[in-house]
Write a protein that binds this ligand. Structure first.
Ligand code: MN
Length: 293
């Protein structure tokens, strides 16, 4: 019997990778979407994708130096290479392939994001994603936080029919729960599919959903082909996704309950009002978000 909970989500559009820009001198990224332009993928504010890029050996680590955040979370997923983090709340961490850093900016934090020391010295390929996740107004003033989520802690679930696998960073796939603690319901899955196979995935009702094809390509709910480096954006309505992989594919699935509140952002601050933005700028200037040691 067909229930109310197996309606296919409609594909709203396919976002192509815009031109690359550099974040600091370490991260050559393409912003696949941003909260200040359509489409809305609330609670997700922004996704920067650094496609594989080669870095020669160096003495001094590249990256982005001391800067603040307030009002949201930054989630960094390393696919290749190594990234080191240090922040004003005293957290330090280094992530490598498969690992994730989940930083809660909330009331305010200052951090730096650099290539890891060993990676800098040896050189190599860097590939990463940084996703900005909004916080509801009620949590924007919470204390900052930091989660290092190592690959070894994430469950990997095999898909039916040998189609591939789902590695759960946040949320739940089948009965496997991802280790990330989130403020609002969020699914973040690293999906690997084999060429010619079909994966049938379910996400909770009413969520904003995007599928970033980092490698490979395929069709989503019968769409035309989504190619490598493109982001499929799906309607909030519906629950099911059928992904038909045209070639071996690596897909980042993001899905979350929308936060229907005003979004006002300026650089590294995302709040609900202009006044809160002015306050954030002033607080940062006066050192109220802390400093790195
Ligand atoms: Mn940052």
């Amino acid at each position: 019997m067909k229930t109310a909970l197996n309606r296919p989500k409609k594909l709203l559009g396919i976002e192509q990778a815009p031109p690359r820009h550099w974040v600091g001198d370490g991260f050559p990224v393409r912003s696949m979407f941003s909260y200040d332009s359509a489409p809305s993928l609330s609670p997700f504010l922004l996704l920067d994708y650094a496609a594989p890029a080669e870095f020669p050996p160096a003495q001094v680590a590249r990256g982005v130096g001391e800067h603040p955040h307030r009002g949201f979370e930054t989630v960094t997923i390393a696919y290749q290479g190594e990234i080191e983090h240090r922040d004003s709340a005293g957290h330090r961490g280094r992530i490598g392939p498969g690992d994730v850093q989940w930083m809660t900016g909330a009331s305010g934090i200052v951090h730096e994001e650099m290539h890891g020391r060993a990676f800098t010295e040896k050189g190599g390929t860097l590939e990463m994603v940084q996703l900005w996740v909004n916080l509801p107004a009620s949590f924007k003033k919470s204390p900052p936080g930091y989660q290092d989520i190592l690959d070894s802690r994430m469950p990997v679930v095999s898909l039916a029919g040998g189609a591939g696998s789902v590695r759960v960073i946040a949320g739940k796939f089948d009965e496997a729960k991802g280790p990330a603690r989130t403020f609002t319901p969020i699914e973040l899955w690293d999906v690997r599919l084999e060429a010619g196979k079909v994966a049938n995935l379910n996400v909770p009702s009413g969520q904003s959903t995007g599928l970033l094809f980092l490698r490979g390509g395929g069709r989503v709910n019968g769409s035309k082909s989504v190619d490598e480096g493109e982001l499929a954006v799906l309607d909030r309505d519906g629950e099911t996704l059928s992904i038909e992989a045209g070639s071996d594919s690596t897909i980042l699935l993001l899905s979350g309950a929308p936060i229907d509140e005003p979004v006002v952002g300026y650089g590294p601050f995302v709040m609900n009002t202009e006044r809160e933005i002015r306050q954030a700028i002033e607080d940062y200037r006066h050192g109220r978000m802390g400093h790195l040691d």
